[in-house]
Design a protein around this ligand. Structure first.
Ligand code: TRP
Length: 364
């Protein structure tokens, strides 16, 4: 993605915010998560808090738990059902309300996946190979580029367009996908009929909380504070984080990634700045910083964890929320697919099987 278009999106934000605030109920946001593991502090800070804010402001919110995308860069889906259930619990504990927000999985919405076929015909292989996020994720995976990884931006376009979302929150990573979604909406209109409104990307001020060691927060790096972990597990993880021997604590993400990672987590959980916390720790060294961070993170997550435990203890609750979300998504995607088929001249709904007997079809 060129920087200039990211800048253009940022420039558009104040006006877009005003438009949404003027009539929040007229807007629909789609966001997604790959259920590859338990959700962590990075997810909460980077996207979940913003979803809750949008929901509270009256915008319609849909969250896809992108289970089919789990297999873009790995061999199998692992314990995907556990991760889906965990994600539902975290989303609810964070404040998403199933009466207002739709949470669904890819695999439960056949019409969404079917939309990918006509959409694939609207993009070229070269365009997909140029997608910077596809390139980055391919490199990070260390594997051969699968057809699904190459085409996953098209799948994401199907997520967005199947439920007619007009807004998609993005970091820099997802902006190329939203741009491709706009291209697909436009090309579909040129070839068939204007079925889709092109969605707009929304850049949010969500803080990027790095992992405890300063790298990207990710379960695979062992640097992630899981939202559903216990206070003891969290304290142990924080104690294990590699820092340095310098006693004076300063916030320097480049030279002192571990110290900065701990300060960032503590800062997010206390609403303070990393520099402010570093000044308070002063010459206390890593031991004092780790005690402070463990307390701050556990205190910051205590409410979330208590609500999550309560929800988890209710048998069938996460499952029924998901069943409801899947039903809503199926209704939306089914209606969209019907329009797409009509536009493409593939509407067979008037056919019945009663008119001609199979014996006559057989010829004699
Ligand atoms: N690809 C996104 C990610 O890995 C998840 C996702 C799937 C998504 N479908 C989406 C995000 C639609 C926004 C809109 O983070």
């Amino acid at each position: 993605m060129s920087t200039s278009s990211f800048t253009a999106v940022v420039d558009r934000m104040p006006a877009l915010r005003r438009e949404v605030a003027a009539d929040p109920g007229a807007h629909r946001v789609l966001t997604g998560e790959r259920p590859t593991g338990p959700l962590h502090l990075g997810h909460l800070a980077g996207s979940i808090v913003e979803r809750v804010r949008l929901q509270r402001s009256g915008v319609q919110v849909l969250v896809v738990l992108a289970d089919y995308q789990v297999i873009t860069d790995r061999e199998n889906a692992g314990r995907v059902r556990d991760h889906v259930r965990g994600a539902v619990l975290d989303l609810l504990a964070a404040g998403l309300d199933p009466d207002r927000t739709t949470i669904f999985t890819h695999s439960a919405v056949p019409a969404l996946n079917q939309l990918m076929l006509p959409f694939l015909s609207l993009v070229t292989e070269a365009e997909l190979h140029r997608n910077p996020t596809v390139k980055a994720e391919h490199r990070a995976s260390g594997r051969a580029l699968s057809g699904l990884l190459l085409t996953y931006p098209v799948h994401q376009a199907a997520d967005i367009l199947c439920c007619r979302a007009d807004l998609v929150p993005v970091g820099k990573d997802n902006l190329p996908h939203v741009e491709l979604t706009r291209v697909i909406a436009r090309r579909f209109a040129e070839r068939y009929a204007p079925v889709f409104v092109a969605p707009e990307p929304m850049v949010t001020d969500s803080p990027e909380v790095p992992g405890l060691d300063g790298r990207k927060m990710s379960k695979s790096y062992g640097n992630a504070v899981e939202l559903g972990a216990t206070a003891e597990e969290t304290a142990a993880l924080i104690r294990r984080t590699r820092t340095d021997a310098e006693r004076r604590i300063t916030y320097d993400p480049v030279a002192r990634p571990g110290v900065a990672g701990l300060l960032s987590a503590a800062a997010f959980c206390t609403g303070r700045t990393p520099d402010d916390i570093a000044a308070e720790i002063g010459d206390g060294g890593s031991a004092r910083l780790k005690r402070f961070t463990a307390e701050a993170v556990n205190a910051g997550l205590a409410g979330h964890r208590a609500r999550r435990a309560e929800l988890a203890a209710e048998p069938g609750l996460a499952e029924s929320v998901l069943a409801r979300g899947n039903a809503t998504a199926n209704a939306l995607a089914g209606a969209t697919l019907a329009e797409v088929r009509t536009a493409m001249g593939m509407d067979y709904r008037d056919l019945t099987s009663g008119a001609v007997s199979p014996a006559r079809c057989a010829g004699r």
